[in-house]
Design a protein around this ligand. Structure first.
Ligand SMILES: Nc1ncnc2c1ncn2[C@@H]1O[C@H](COP(=O)(O)OP(=O)(O)OP(=O)(O)O)[C@@H](O)[C@H]1O
Length: 305
């Protein structure tokens, strides 16, 4: 993924028909039974397990504009984290492309900080890792500590933190670099109400300075309250992409029916949501054609540009 300053001014991120696949081992005995006898024998000989293909993203397209906070909802395994990793450039799509106006900063609950070091040492380390100079890291320190709001615990080793405390610190570090594009994976969900308010303030600040924020959360309510727009992913496909309130409500109602075992209702809600959703087409001109300006258009199914 290459940062590009040749976008229309308001476009921060463009995702163009992205597919991500993983080939992974599986001990599913039925897979083994489907193989010809010679292959089973060969696999046994070299100790190889059969593999399956996982389609984490199956043709995702979207455009995020300046000032947007885009929530991403979906069941476990629907592709939310993969989408953020692809946007962050940590994952190479099997097919399709991603372009971003500036380098996105991904904040995940597993962001690599060192558990043996204290929170304050990790703040400095994290700031340096994000490309700040030592002087910039020093200048950012008080603000990070304030946003994290974990009091004197900042001086304790991170391995002694609760998951919520660690998430707060990671959020504060990621937000300190004032990234134009901030990708947040579940971090807010683990914070308490006070922290959520502070982090919302920080997100609003980032949005005001014409950046954009992506937020992955299982809590549709958080998406509703903090985002301007939301994307519902299901098995690597975009079900619907629209105003955060509408998408979160539709997702919650569907998930509630699913959880209650109302599978037929859930299936028809999902089908309706797919049908009513808009297809986003993103066409990125090839870099070597002298223009990387994405032409994008929102199409109704079957419509034309
Ligand atoms: N490194 C990997 N190797 C194989 N499969 C993977 C890998 N990473 C993700 N997957 C698979 O890709 C699919 C999407 O995973 P992803 O983590 O993006 O889902 P998610 O929506 O973020 O899930 P959750 O809500 O549980 O965090 C899942 O089926 C997952 O098992």
């Amino acid at each position: 993924m290459a940062p590009s300053d040749r976008f229309p001014a308001e476009v921060q991120v463009a995702v163009d028909d992205v597919h991500v696949r993983y080939r992974t081992a599986s001990d599913d005995a039925t897979l083994r039974r489907g193989l010809p006898r010679w292959q089973r024998a060969a696999n046994r000989l070299v100790g190889r397990e059969p593999t399956v293909l996982v389609r984490a993203l199956a043709g995702v397209s979207l455009v995020a504009r300046a000032g947007e906070a885009v929530g991403v909802v979906g069941l476990n395994g629907s592709g939310k984290s993969t989408l953020l990793r692809v946007i962050a450039g940590l994952e190479t799509p099997h097919r399709g492309r991603v372009r971003a106006r500036s380098a996105p900063v991904l904040l995940g609950v597993n962001a690599a900080l060192l558990p043996e070091l204290s929170g304050s040492q990790n703040v400095r380390l994290g700031c340096l890792a994000m490309g700040m100079t030592p002087d910039e890291a020093e200048a950012a320190y008080p603000q990070v500590v304030e946003v994290a709001g974990i009091g004197p615990s900042i001086h304790r080793p991170m391995k002694t933190y609760s998951s919520g405390m660690a998430a707060r610190l990671k959020f504060a570090i990621a937000a300190a670099s004032d990234p134009q594009i901030l990708l947040i994976d579940e971090a807010l969900a683990t914070g308490d109400a006070a922290f959520r308010e502070r982090s919302e303030e920080r997100m609003n600040h980032l949005r005001r300075q014409a950046g954009c924020v992506f937020l992955v959360s299982h809590a549709a309510k958080t998406i509703e309250e903090t985002c301007t727009r939301a994307i519902w992913l299901h098995r690597g496909h975009v079900v619907t992409d629209g105003p955060a309130y509408d998408v979160a409500q539709a997702y919650r109602w569907w998930a509630w029916n699913l959880a209650k075992g109302q599978t037929e209702t859930a299936a028809s809600l999902l089908e309706d949501a797919f049908r009513q959703g808009t297809d986003t087409r993103v066409v990125l001109a090839p870099e070597d054609a002298g223009s990387a300006v994405p032409r994008h258009a929102r199409l109704r199914s079957g419509g034309s540009v």
